[in-house]
Design a protein around this ligand. Structure first.
Ligand SMILES: Nc1nc2c(ncn2[C@@H]2O[C@H](COP(=O)(O)OP(=O)(O)O)[C@@H](O)[C@H]2O)c(=O)[nH]1
Ligand SMILES: [Mg+2]
Length: 357
């Protein structure tokens, strides 16, 4: 138990016979269950885990006969946690890339009801650019931008990070059978969490590389499939969140942005081919192109802004401790006859927090 809540660590493992023992041994004793999902490994991962069960009886081994992919292994683990009524489920990979020292930082926002889902962010660390392989770093940055647009969580980053903790309510709400089974799983899950208005918080963690892991993910290979997945998820979220469950006019802004975007493309092709064939820019089409381009930018940027506004309450709440400290500071200022500084983050605003009343 951690601060009165049951915790289960889900370890997706595919051919991790060399690494898995170290991972299991490193998990702190406060964790109630370690659920290793052996995703049809071709090495003896399963035997290693079975050998450790005598020393670590909290370890549960679930075996997939057929390999399902990292997301598929996680879905199995999450369903187990849901069915056992676990309070918090944490994903920790079988290759040792997640440092158990970061666990409390991931669990605290959930235990304190500040967020429903906490994820590690390796980019806060000044070390990220140096430690993460460059192709992966830039691929990750591009996919992060797409994921912000698709998921509506504009305040989070490092979406490929798999070190995450999820609360009991979300465990029961998400349809795990529909979650993406491959490497886009963290991105897919965020879009689903957003549709149900769950609060998500980023927690700074250190990037861990060169601990003996062999990654099966080639960012250059997944960048296209993941971009396509994110485009589909974006349309799904717009429909679910702003048409079916609630209504928001931002969908008209996105739609107009899309229509003008297509017109910009068509007019661009026309203007360039005219220039190549006849040697000059057709004036009317060129003007129309400029108008279409400006309209695309404006409609799309406004749509993004509205989306950001609609999701601003889904940031994790600040720590109660810091709110109380700010409140005390402001009260001291008021007692001395001076005005506390207004604005977000100031104690004056925070004192209105319902948890302090
Ligand atoms: N490559 C791969 N990893 C899987 C699969 N199923 C489960 N996993 C586990 O998923 C975790 C993340 O995979 P990894 O290749 O390390 O991804 P990366 O850390 O993002 O590069 C590891 O613990 C794997 O053992 C699978 O089908 N393929
Ligand atoms: Mg890994």
């Amino acid at each position: 138990m951690y601060r009165g809540q049951s915790v289960c660590i889900i370890v997706p493992a595919y051919n991790e016979a060399r690494q898995i023992e170290r991972v299991i041994r490193s998990i702190p004793v406060m964790v109630d269950h370690i659920v290793v999902v052996n995703d049809g490994s071709r090495d003896h991962t399963g035997d290693v885990v079975r050998g450790l069960q005598a020393d670590f009886p909290q370890t549960v081994l679930i075996e997939h006969d057929v390999n399902q992919g990292c997301g598929g292994a996680l879905a199995t683990g999450y369903k187990w946690a849901r069915d056992q009524g676990i309070d918090i489920a944490v994903r920790m990979d079988g290759d040792g890339q997640m440092d158990p020292a970061d666990l409390p930082a991931l669990l605290d926002p959930i235990v304190e009801h500040r967020a429903h889902y906490a994820k590690g962010n390796r980019l806060f660390s000044g070390e990220a650019f140096r430690r993460i392989p460059k192709v992966r770093y830039f691929g990750n940055a591009f996919l992060s931008l797409l994921t912000k647009i698709a998921s509506g969580y504009w305040h989070v980053a490092d979406f490929q990070s798999g070190y995450t903790a999820i609360c009991r309510s979300a465990l029961h709400t998400i349809d795990w059978d529909r979650m993406y089974k491959q490497y886009g799983q963290p991105n897919d899950l965020l879009v689903r969490l957003n549709v149900y208005n769950y609060r998500v918080v980023d927690v700074p963690i250190d990037p861990v590389y060169n601990v003996g892991e062999t990654s099966g993910m080639k960012i250059s290979r997944i960048v296209f499939s993941l971009s396509w997945l994110l485009i589909k998820l974006f349309f799904w979220r717009m429909k679910e969140k702003y048409v079916i469950r609630d209504f928001h006019p931002l969908i008209f802004f996105y739609a107009l942005g899309g229509i003008f975007g297509l017109s910009t493309l068509a007019l661009g092709v026309r203007v360039v081919s005219f220039r190549l064939a006849a040697g000059y820019f057709p004036p009317t089409s060129s003007l129309a192109l400029m108008f279409a381009f400006m309209s695309t930018s404006l409609f799309t940027l406004f749509a993004m802004w509205f989306d950001m506004e609609a999701n601003k309450d889904l940031k994790g709440l600040p720590e109660l401790r810091s709110l109380v400290a700010e409140c005390r500071q402001d009260r001291a200022l008021l007692a001395n006859g001076s005005e506390p500084a207004p604005g977000p983050g100031s104690g004056a605003a925070s004192c209105a927090d319902p948890r302090l009343l």
